[in-house]
Ligand binder design. Structure first.
Ligand SMILES: Cc1cc2nc3c(=O)[nH]c(=O)nc-3n(C[C@H](O)[C@H](O)[C@H](O)COP(=O)(O)O)c2cc1C
Length: 225
């Protein structure tokens, strides 16, 4: 399936980042099946498993998704869409991320597959709460299989036309889109705020001394893939 073996859970978690450049090679059916067979092991409210997935591989459909991504990009980043060279002047982390976003905006039709993630409307009290655990499983499984993937919602600009393209029934919400393929870039490590900045003890805003004594970059070095 992938090039190496399964990196193990923690190495997978610490190295799963948004990969947005793909070789055009198709994803074998058994690899796709493994991806979804892992995704659907996720928890959901009342174990309802209301998630549904549409795998888009047809060229014409992917071209339409790309058109909407371009619209979304122009709306979300009008300056960079009109002057892509301005990305080069940004600080490194932003520059690398935005270059990869701009690349996918222009090449979405070449991604071997785009997965649409749906869930039943109105059934769960926490919208998305019963869907995104499966999304995360899917992203981690993609990383473990040597695939690249990321949530990429710019084509959501397509709105009703997108729903029509994928024949999404009114009973379902579209939660996200995930382009998947064999990556041209390497996985991880990912940059995140330190634990101490986002975890409190007992009450919001109260310090956690142990977390404060840990390196800001976290423990990723223990789990290099
Ligand atoms: C709900 C959601 C929506 C996202 N939408 C987009 C998107 O429209 N375009 C995009 O390029 N990335 C999108 N992302 C990916 C995030 O930008 C990415 O996960 C984040 O920047 C961290 O990247 P990293 O894991 O490579 O560090 C989305 C992620 C989530 C969870």
């Amino acid at each position: 399936m992938g090039d190496g073996g399964d990196p193990g859970l923690f190495a997978t978690i610490y190295s799963m980042r948004a990969l947005r450049r793909f070789r055009p090679d198709p994803i074998p059916e058994e690899t796709l099946f493994q991806l979804f067979d892992a995704a659907i092991r996720a928890p959901s409210g009342q174990n309802a498993q209301d998630w549904r997935f549409v795998v888009v591989t047809e060229a014409a459909a992917k071209a339409r998704l790309q058109g909407w991504a371009e619209e979304g990009w122009r709306r979300y980043q009008p300056e960079l869409a009109a002057h892509p060279e301005r990305i080069d002047a940004l600080p490194r982390p932003q520059r690398l991320t935005l270059r990869s976003v701009a690349h996918l905006v222009a090449h979405l039709h070449e991604a071997p597959a785009v997965i649409a993630v749906l869930g039943l409307k109105g059934r769960h009290s926490t919208p998305g709460g019963s869907t995104f655990p499966a999304v995360q499983n899917l992203l981690l499984a993609a990383r473990a299989l040597g695939l690249g993937a990321s949530v990429f919602n710019l084509p959501m600009r397509g709105g009703d036309e997108l729903r029509e393209l994928l024949a999404i029934p009114d009973t379902n919400d579209l939660y996200c889109l995930i382009p998947v393929g064999w990556p041209l870039d390497r996985p991880g490590p990912v940059r995140r705020k330190p634990v101490k900045a986002v975890v409190y003890r007992e009450r919001f805003g109260e310090r956690w001394p142990f977390a404060e004594s840990q390196p800001d970059e976290g423990w990723g070095a223990r789990w290099r893939a």
